[in-house]
Design a binder for this molecule. Structure first.
Ligand code: MN
Length: 508
């Protein structure tokens, strides 16, 4: 027993227990072990693992601030770490203090950039100076968990063209509490505005052992391990990307399309602090858009058009020179994006279709009794919907109104025109609650609406309807009474074919 390391979380993912044996990894469900058994197995310090030489050595590149936090993670310096490289940015107060402090970690090298280079080029610099066989990239605001590294290295030892990502657990930015993400193991995906999304692992890809690594189309951010030579064969990150953003898509598309693959490894856990706001200034402000367009132009072929349809402002953006990236793609004989969508990300369009199916209704929503419109005032989560004078009827202060809504294919209602909806949905929690905007979850439930022939807006889950008080301009849920004109609503535009399909599905 003493040679075994056990991986055990503080909360959230006890179901998956991963056991490390010398040079190979076995994983099993905890059904045969009770949690008290697990407590009896002392996690052996990483440096005493008697593994063979078959696991490659690893170098780390870690960015920016909070790095003291990470360097004190007990498991960050396993014996497989050959050289570790830390990268502070340029805050003056860290200069000598940091060097003095880090002197006690003999494996740490501090390398400084001359000017601010941003995450992407700084990581490239770290990678260029690393000597280990495997590069492991981590954010500085991370805390690695027990035995996080060997399961990653193992996948790379099996296939050196594999990029592997740990499960990213959540460290709360207020109190540093540690827990798994909602849903824990999920595939990395994206919508066609290029927002990162997580989608369930489809049954076809589910393993009998949930602790087995699984394929993921795109990585979440910057936490991954990669064979050093393979990383450079792939051209590293595109050095033309600025500061931050889009690089996770670039490396993900590239590794899949150019003959490799990407896996998430449930046995490898790394906690990450999700911050509430960005604590630094990003120069010029458009670098994210430019980065995304650069990635789209280099890798996404005709699918880039789906992005531009949703972000028309990208059309006129300059990507800078991408000829080297295109040349690399040709040189590596990479497959096209159509292949990527068919072979790797085939389940993504089920959640995020490139061509949005036609909505059932859109435009203003006018109440029959009040002759007033639903108005969400550009509000965010928690905003209560109110009645207001319809913009079309010459209401002034138009800047403060938001009266265009889309009743779309997910059968939820969102502010905005069909191609540019916001990510908030009409949401009700009971048969008498107000109707508010809430972050769309896309899973129907309490955001599922139906617009019936009698003009009511029916909420199946609470078996109630949207009602209003014209005098107070309040909008709320109530017991359905189709004869009451305060419960009758008229959408400006209706696609009857789609609407009947929605309603037919509901009644069948
Ligand atoms: Mn981060």
């Amino acid at each position: 027993m003493k040679n075994w390391g056990t991986l055990k979380s503080r909360t959230g993912w006890e179901k998956t227990v991963c056991i490390l044996l010398p040079s190979l990894l076995l994983s099993s469900l905890s059904t045969s072990l009770s949690s008290s058994d697990l407590d009896l197995i002392p996690p052996s310090p990483p440096h005493t693992h008697p593994h063979t030489t078959s696991l490659p050595t690893s170098s780390f590149t870690i960015g920016l601030c909070y790095l003291l936090h990470l360097s004190h993670s007990p498991a960050i310096w396993p014996s497989t770490a050959d050289t570790s490289t830390l990268f502070p940015s340029f805050p003056e107060h860290l200069k000598e203090k940091l060097e003095e402090y880090m002197a006690r970690f003999t494996k740490v090298r501090i390398v400084r950039t001359k000017k601010r280079e941003g995450l992407i080029r700084t990581r490239l610099l770290g990678a260029s100076m690393a000597k280990g066989e495997v590069l492991t990239f981590l954010d500085s605001h991370c805390e690695v968990n027990v035995n996080w590294l060997p399961p990653l290295l193992n996948q790379i030892a099996l296939n050196h063209k594999t990029i592997v990502c740990p499960m990213i657990d959540v460290i709360d930015h207020n109190h540093f509490g540690y827990e798994a993400q909602a849903g824990d193991a999920m595939r990395g995906a994206f919508d066609w505005e290029m927002y990162y999304k997580r989608i369930p692992i489809p049954p076809e890809l589910q393993r009998s052992d949930p602790s087995d690594p699984f394929e993921s189309p795109v990585m979440a951010g910057g936490l991954f391990a990669v064979d050093r030579e393979w990383f450079w064969e792939l051209g590293g990150y595109d050095p033309g990307l600025e500061i931050w953003g889009g690089e996770q898509y670039e490396i993900s598309f590239k590794v899949w399309m150019c003959g490799g693959g990407m896996f998430d490894v449930p046995c490898s856990r790394v906690g990450h602090i999700y911050r509430k706001y960005v604590p630094y200034k990003v120069p010029s402000g458009t670098s994210l858009a430019r980065n995304l367009k650069r990635v789209a132009e280099t890798w996404m072929d005709e699918f880039a058009e789906y992005v531009y349809q949703r972000r028309p402002e990208y059309r006129h953006l300059s990507t800078g020179d991408i000829s080297a990236q295109k040349e690399l793609r040709k040189h590596l004989k990479c497959k096209d994006f159509k292949w990527f969508m068919a072979a790797v990300a085939w389940d993504v369009p089920k959640y995020y279709p490139p061509v949005e199916p036609s909505p059932a209704a859109w435009g203003e929503i006018r109440n029959v009794a009040a002759n007033l419109c639903v108005d969400s005032k550009h509000g965010a989560t928690g905003t209560e919907l109110r009645l207001d004078v319809c913009v079309k009827d010459g209401s002034e202060r138009t800047w403060s109104h938001e009266q265009l809504f889309t009743f779309g294919w997910r059968e939820d209602i969102r502010p905005g025109e069909p191609l540019h909806t916001r990510k908030f949905c009409f949401d009700a929690v009971s048969h008498s609650s107000p109707v508010t905007l809430y972050d769309c979850h896309g899973m129907k439930g309490n955001q599922h609406w139906s617009h019936r022939k009698d003009k009511t807006m029916f909420h199946p889950v609470s078996n109630s309807c949207i009602d209003c008080n014209p005098a107070e301009k309040k909008i709320f849920m109530n017991r359905c009474d189709p004869l009451s004109e305060t419960q009758q609503w008229i959408f400006e535009h209706i696609n009857m074919t789609v609407l009947e399909k929605f309603n037919g599905k509901a009644s069948s």
